[in-house]
Design a protein around this ligand. Structure first.
Ligand code: TYD
Length: 267
């Protein structure tokens, strides 16, 4: 039985973890092996990276003075909470590279269902959409980092960030503190990604009650399982970077060719 890779995406506070847990319970009740994981932080290395990304790095001594003036500079550090936009994108991509290699791909190769709370589309929405790096650069970086692995299905839990943020029960982390305009750009970027790849994405109105959101996901998941190819090793099982999803050309990176080779077994 081939693996099935599913991701959940959406702005902070949209209710992803609740729905991830429901899907885990449901898939397990069907007798499937399920791996629930998350980004950033799905591995030990990733948890160290997550700490850096969400809470920054303590600065000491002479570094602290230089750092403080850099953060205060409107053209460089301001608004990013002290991590340069490109460094941020690379840290998320490093977390993803380790996550794919250590957790996701091995579980798929064993025929499991992998459910990830955030994946590559978060980088496209937050780092390209939110931070305004170019979409192309963030795509290239992440296609390379993930060795071209895409989910077969991505549930986008869509809601107005102004509403979803009021649901958060913890204090805002560095990303959540990036401001209302950033969050709105992120939401729009997610919706645009979903429009570009209607086969992979399902946009779910997450402002509704939990049960209604779950019902829509369950109905789609049942259809996905029933659609055959997903479970019998066809490319649809883990998605393809050369389909209508993340497009990548041969000259993107030196690793492109060998990445393609390395992922054949998991398709
Ligand atoms: P998340 O784990 O969903 O936060 P929480 O534990 O508060 O629910 O995600 C952490 C933050 O990182 C979130 O604001 C989204 C952001 N993020 C990116 O900016 N890019 C990425 O590639 C990923 C995976 C997350």
């Amino acid at each position: 039985m081939a693996g099935l890779f599913i991701s959940f995406e959406g702005v902070d506070g949209a209710g992803k973890s609740t729905q991830v847990e429901r899907l885990r319970q449901y898939a397990e009740s069907l007798g499937r092996a399920v791996t629930v994981t998350r980004e950033p932080g799905g591995t030990a290395l990733g948890r160290a990276i997550r700490q850096l990304l969400l809470h920054g790095v303590p600065q000491h001594g002479p570094d602290a003075v230089e750092y403080a003036s850099w953060v205060a500079d409107a053209d460089t550090g301001k608004g990013t909470g002290g991590i340069a936009a490109r460094a941020e994108a690379l840290l998320f991509a490093a977390d993803r590279a380790q996550h794919v290699a250590q957790v996701i791909r091995p579980a798929l190769l064993h025929g499991g269902i992998v459910i990830s709370d955030r994946y590559l589309d978060s980088s496209l929405a937050y780092q390209a959409g939110g931070r305004e790096l170019t979409d192309e650069a963030v795509r290239r970086l992440n296609v390379w980092a993930s060795a071209s692995l895409l989910p077969a299905r991505t549930y986008l839990l869509d809601m107005d960030p102004a509403l979803s943020h009021s649901r958060l029960t913890h204090g805002a982390d560095r990303m959540e503190a990036a401001g209302a305009a950033f969050q709105q750009r992120t939401r729009q970027a997610f919706l645009e990604l979903a429009r570009e790849e209607p086969q992979r994405f399902r946009v779910i109105d997450a402002a509704r009650p939990v049960a209604a959101v779950w019902q829509e996901i369950k109905t789609d998941f049942d259809a996905l399982l029933a659609s055959g190819p997903v479970l019998d090793g066809e490319p649809a099982s883990v998605g393809s970077a050369t389909g209508d999803g993340v497009a990548v050309t041969d000259d993107v990176s030196n690793g492109g060719g060998s990445d393609d080779e390395s992922q054949k077994g998991s398709r």
